[in-house]
Write a protein that binds this ligand. Structure first.
Ligand code: ADP
Length: 636
């Protein structure tokens, strides 16, 4: 590239820039955090690449960030001697948004500035946040390892396009110069910059340098001012936060660090910071966020923990460090044992990683158990009491994936589950609570799965349970059906779906009830036979049930069959499902069912009975038009 080129921003960038400048003005100062964070990332990358190529350090082995300003020119410069950008990288990285999920993120913007500002904060605007305070940004850079003539200058006013040209630049790394807007001139102050750095960037493990100031008397002793000298000083702590002892770190510092690792502006619900010693040594600093990111369900992007080896950054999103069902956890793991050149593939196989993963999983489950315990603790603050419910509302469904994924911790996970039930509309019933409330003679934990809470609550299958005052858990998360395949019992008590198999309330049913049911089944035999024949294409069996009180009929699956709910979910997601033929159960004491035998519309009634049972549980008759025709014929 010899001449200046003018290039357009990718459409998304233009959109993002507009948002940045219009909705982030209430918290302008974050631009400094973002730019320092980029500078620090660039140094991490250099250190990592230099592991295999020490020549990249050239003659400047001490990595650092320098923040400097020029009052007259109204410019503020953030410079690093990190990895730098090649010309093509400047075009690619500063002209597009390469990050996955960006399009989805853009789609979620509502146009409501306040909500959007929060979302942007969560996403992290990075480099483009410079335009909150600058009307022009000039980036000069040279990538480590390239010749001085292969430097690049990138300039933009943050409107639709940017310019790039090649320059000669002796120093490796990047300097970002912000031409501040008139109303942002207050950032041209050592005091102000230092205080922002102290607030957001103290824990950056790299030294951040600023020029020292000194007092200069005015002419003839009239007035005077602080002026910058040529001497530089370090203005942050410059040691990795997690490597300091717990007692030296304030809650604010932990929270600030969380913002940096997670790009989430809301404070975390909890964190845990430990130095683990023993056969595998590492430091873990793990956070539980207070709300789900918009891409929580993307299992591909499945990790929030950064891996360091002896303070050297190795990789983001190190999925081997925690199981996928804990992908919402953010933080840092710093190992003392892994080799610096460890790859993702190697991580999967390493015994040290396995130990780290087990230890960290236990730590996270422990944090969650602590939170859950506070719910009921008398001495807990109101805030602590509400934390677990808050966590569960955001991440409960993800946690359930663990039942199928992490057999070793299944019992602990089961203890952390919460469900709605026939006595609670919110997901607040723990299996232990349920057990404590079980009726005398009740031998199972009963549950029902459905698409919605209303469908679950009104399901005919619940009628007999309601009549007998037996609590039933109502499960409406998509993942429930799958997860429950892996949870057969809790603390010695089996879990039993009320929509599966024949009802056997065991000791909960008295002798008279059992006898009445048997008699009804006997006298009803001829009708059942006829129903079976009529519905042979739809139902694999028809039988009399005691589970219904007010409804004439319901559908159940056999003990071994796939549930109707699961079959529907699979079908919706486009998968081939083996045909599930349910069992039709009828309520022999219901008027409609009693009328069947003598009815001249037996066929129509039989089909209506079946289709209604299907509708009642959220299904759809195979031939809705035929259903309507039959009902109308009877109505007429
Ligand atoms: P990100 O969240 O990826 O950092 P940014 O918009 O802040 O997003 O930056 C985009 C990309 O530009 C970065 O991923 C990085 O590749 C590059 N970049 C930004 N600042 C620097 C820098 N100081 N040195 C080297 N590369 C940088």
């Amino acid at each position: 590239m010899s001449q200046k080129q003018t290039l357009s921003f990718q459409a998304e960038v233009a959109q993002l820039l507009h948002l940045v400048t219009h909705s982030l003005y209430s918290n302008k100062e974050i631009f400094l955090r973002e730019l320092i964070s980029n500078a620090s990332d660039a140094c991490d990358k250099l250190r990592f690449e230099a592991l295999n190529n020490t020549g990249l350090y050239e003659d400047a082995p001490n990595l650092e960030v320098r923040v400097d300003f020029d009052k007259q020119a109204r410019t503020l410069t953030i410079a690093d001697n990190g990895i730098g950008l090649s010309q093509q990288e400047a075009i690619d990285h500063l002209g597009t948004i390469a990050k996955s999920g960006t399009r989805e993120f853009m789609n979620r913007l509502s146009g409501d500035q306040k909500a959007d500002a929060q979302l942007i904060g969560q996403f992290g605007v990075g480099f483009y946040s410079g335009f909150i305070v600058a009307d022009r940004i000039v980036v000069e850079s040279r990538r480590a390892g390239l010749k001085p003539e292969e430097g690049v200058r990138w300039t933009s006013t943050g409107a639709g396009d940017f310019e790039v040209e090649s320059i000669t630049r002796a120093e490796r790394g990047t300097s970002v110069t912000l031409h501040l807007r008139e109303d942002a001139a207050d950032y041209l102050s050592t005091w102000k910059l230092k205080s922002i750095i102290g607030k957001y960037s103290d824990h950056i493990s790299l030294p951040i340098l600023m020029r020292k100031e000194e007092w200069k008397e005015g002419e003839d002793n009239k007035g005077g001012e602080m002026v910058l000298t040529a001497e530089w000083e370090t203005v942050n702590q410059a040691s990795a936060l997690w490597s300091r002892p717990r007692k030296d770190i304030t809650a604010e510092q932990y929270q600030e660090f969380y913002k940096q690792v997670s790009h989430d502006q809301e404070p975390p619900l909890a964190w845990s910071h430990n130095r683990v010693e023993g056969s595998t040594e590492y430091i873990q600093l793990l956070y539980i966020p207070s709300h789900a990111p918009f891409d929580l369900w993307n299992r591909e992007k499945a990790a929030g923990v950064k891996l360091y080896v002896k303070r050297v950054f190795i990789m983001d999103e190190a999925e081997a460090l925690l199981p996928a069902y804990l992908r919402f956890v953010k933080g840092v793991i710093d190992s003392s044992d892994l080799p610096l050149n460890v790859s993702r593939e190697l991580l999967q196989e390493s015994r040290d990683v396995k130990a780290i993963r087990e230890g960290s999983t236990k730590r996270v489950l422990g944090m969650l158990e602590e939170m859950a315990k506070a719910e009921k603790a008398e001495d807990a603050s109101q805030e602590d009491k509400g934390k677990y419910a808050k966590f569960y509302a955001e991440f409960g469904a993800v946690l359930k994936e663990g039942l199928g994924e992490d057999f070793a911790n299944r019992d602990r996970l089961a203890g952390l589950l919460r469900f709605a039930s026939t006595s609670s509309d919110t997901a607040s019933v723990a299996l232990a609570d349920y057990k404590a409330r079980m009726k005398e003679g009740q031998e199972a934990i009963y549950y029902i799965t459905a698409d919605t809470l209303a469908a679950a609550k009104n399901s005919p299958q619940l009628e007999v349970f309601r009549k007998k005052g037996i609590e039933v858990l109502l499960m409406t998360d998509r993942v429930d059906e799958w997860a429950l395949n892996y949870l057969h019992e809790f603390d010695g008590t089996p879990l039993q779906s009320v929509a599966r198999g024949a009802v056997d309330l065991g000791k909960l049913q008295d002798e008279a009830e059992k006898k009445a049911a048997e008699e009804a089944a006997e006298t009803f035999k001829p009708v059942l036979q006829k129903l079976k024949e009529t519905l042979k294409d739809k139902a694999q069996d028809v039988r009399v049930t005691t589970r219904l009180v007010d409804s004439p009929a319901c559908l159940v699956v056999t003990d071994s069959g796939m549930s109707m709910q699961l079959a529907r979910l699979l079908k919706q997601s486009g998968q081939k499902v083996p045909e599930v033929k349910p069992v039709l159960e009828v309520n022999a004491s219901h008027t409609l069912v009693r009328k069947l035998e003598a009815s001249e519309h037996f066929d129509d009634l039989a089909h209506i009975l079946f289709d209604q049972a299907l509708l009642a549980e959220g299904g759809m008759p195979e031939d809705p038009a035929a259903y309507v025709r039959r009902v109308n014929a009877l109505l007429a």
